[in-house]
Design a binder for this molecule. Structure first.
Ligand code: OSB
Ligand code: MG
Length: 369
C-alpha cells in the first residue's frame, strides 16, 4: 500500500489531576496524533512527547518539524508491501524516535484496518487480557499519596508505582509499605539520583520493591551497573533504553534486570518487539510503560503488551485516570481485577472520535498529500 495522505494534529488535553515527577509537574498534556490514509482507510498513531524536553529531548514541536520536514518526505510514494518495521525508510534521520514511532503506529493501524486484523494479532501477541498497574505522582503530603494508593488498590490495579525524588523517597516508600504490607510496589526516580546517593538508595532494599526504575542518568549504563551490583532491588531501565542496541548494552553490562518498554521511546512497535524478544531470550521480564497517552497511544500499548514477554503489570491504566474525555470511544477501561481486555476489532480496536480530536486540536497540517 501507499500512504496517500499523512496529517499531524497537535492536541492539548487537560489532565484530570496534575502529575508530578522528579522532572516537573504536568497540568496539561500535549501530543501529536498521526493520521495516515490509504484508499480512504485511516490509521492512527501517537507521538506522546510533551511541550518541554524533560523526559526526553523530543517535544511536540521537534516532532512536528521532524515529521513534516524529514519523515513524511521519505514516506512519499513508497510502496509498503506488508505491515512491519518502516524504520529503514527513516534510518538516515538520527534519533527522534517518538516522531518515527507515531508514523509506524499509524501505518500499523492502517494495515490492520485494511486487512481486517487486530494490531495485536499482526504483532504476534498471545494474550486476550493483560495485567496492569498505576503510576502515582509526587503529592503534597504522604497522607494524600496514601489516599491515591488506597483508591488504586480498591480499583483492582495489580501494582503500584510511586514516583520518587530526593526527599520524597525512603520515608514515603516506608509509609506506603507499612499501610499496604503486601501490595506489589515499585519506585520510579526518572534519573533523580547519582552514585553519590548509593547509601541512601540501599535503604530502599528494606521494602520489598519489585524494582527501582531509572534511578540514575537518563543515558547511563555504567553507573546503573555499579548500582545494581550494590543493591538487592532489581534495577529497571526506562529513559536509557532507546533501541535494541541500548537493551543489548544494558544486559551485557548488567545495568538492569528489567526493562520498561515504551514503543514511542524506542522508535515504534517493531523496535519494541525486538527489545521484547531480546529480553525474553535473556530471561528478563519486560512491562509496558506509559507516557500519559490518549486512547490512541494507549490502544497501541495494549496491543504491544499482548506479547508473551510482558509478564509484569504495566503503566497502561484507564482513560478516566488521565482525561475527563478521551479521544477514543469507548474510553479504555480496567476490570475490577486490574486487567485490560484486549479489543478484537481491526487495527487498534478502538474507534477514534474525529470530533474530539478536533476539539482538542491546536493545529493540524497535511504533511504528505
Ligand atoms: O517515567 O514512566 C515514566 C509519565 C510521563 C513521563 C514519564 C513517565 C510517566 C509515568 C506515567 O510514569 C505512565 C502513565 O501512567 O502513562
Ligand atoms: Mg519511568
Amino acid at each position: 500500500m501507499k500512504i496517500d495522505r499523512l496529517e499531524i494534529l497537535h492536541l492539548k488535553l487537560p489532565l484530570v489531576r496534575s502529575f508530578e515527577t522528579s522532572f516537573g509537574r504536568l497540568i496539561d498534556h500535549e501530543v501529536l496524533i498521526v493520521r495516515a490514509e490509504s484508499e480512504g482507510i485511516v490509521g492512527y498513531g501517537e507521538v506522546p512527547a510533551m511541550a518541554a524536553p524533560l523526559y526526553t529531548y523530543e517535544t511536540v514541536h521537534t516532532a512536528w518539524h521532524i515529521i513534516r520536514d524529514f519523515l513524511a518526505p521519505r514516506l512519499k510514494g513508497q510502496e509498503i508491501a506488508a505491515p512491519g518495521p518502516i524504520s529503514e525508510l527513516f534510518a538516515s534521520v538520527r534519533g527522534h524516535n517518538m516522531a518515527k514511532a507515531g508514523i509506524e503506529m499509524a501505518v500499523l493501524d492502517l494495515f490492520g484496518k485494511a486487512q481486517n486484523r487486530a494490531v495485536h494479532q499482526i504483532l504476534g501477541g498471545e494474550r486476550a487480557e493483560i495485567p496492569t498497574g498505576v503510576s502515582l505522582g509526587i503529592e503534597e503530603s504522604t497522607a494524600d499519596l496514601l489516599k491515591r494508593v488506597e483508591e488504586a488498590v480498591s480499583k483492582g490495579y495489580q501494582r503500584i508505582k510511586l514516583k520518587i525524588k530526593p526527599r520524597w523517597d525512603v520515608d514515603v516508600v516506608a509509609e506506603v509499605r507499612k499501610s499496604f504490607p503486601t501490595v506489589p510496589l515499585m519506585a520510579d526516580a526518572n534519573s533523580a539520583y547519582t552514585l553519590a546517593d548509593l547509601d541512601h538508595l540501599q535503604k530502599l532494599d528494606a521494602y520489598e520493591l519489585m524494582m527501582i526504575e531509572q534511578p540514575l542518568g537518563y543515558d547511563d549504563y555504567v553507573d546503573h551497573a555499579k548500582l545494581q551490583a550494590e543493591i538487592q532491588t532489581p534495577v529497571c531501565l526506562d529513559e536509557s533504553i532507546r533501541s535494541y542496541d541500548d537493551a543489548r548494552r544494558a544486559f551485557e553490562l548488567g545495568s538492569c534486570r528489567i526493562i520498561n518498554i515504551k514503543q514511542a521511546r524506542v522508535g515504534g512497535p517493531y523496535s519494541a518487539k525486538m527489545i521484547h524478544n531480546l529480553a525474553k531470550a535473556k530471561g528478563a521480564p519486560v512491562w509496558c510503560g506509559g507516557l500519559l497517552e490518549t486512547g490512541v497511544g494507549r490502544a497501541h500499548n495494549i496491543a504491544l503488551a499482548t506479547l508473551p514477554g510482558f509478564t509484569l503489570p504495566g503503566d497502561i491504566s484507564a482513560s478516566e485516570r488521565y482525561y475527563a474525555e478521551d479521544v477514543v470511544d469507548p474510553p479504555v477501561k480496567v476490570t475490577p481485577q486490574g486487567t485490560l481486555r484486549v479489543p478484537e476489532g481491526p487495527g487498534i480496536g478502538y474507534t477514534v472520535a474525529e470530533r474530539k480530536l478536533t476539539n482538542y486540536c491546536v493545529r493540524r497540517e497535511f504533511v504528505l498529500s
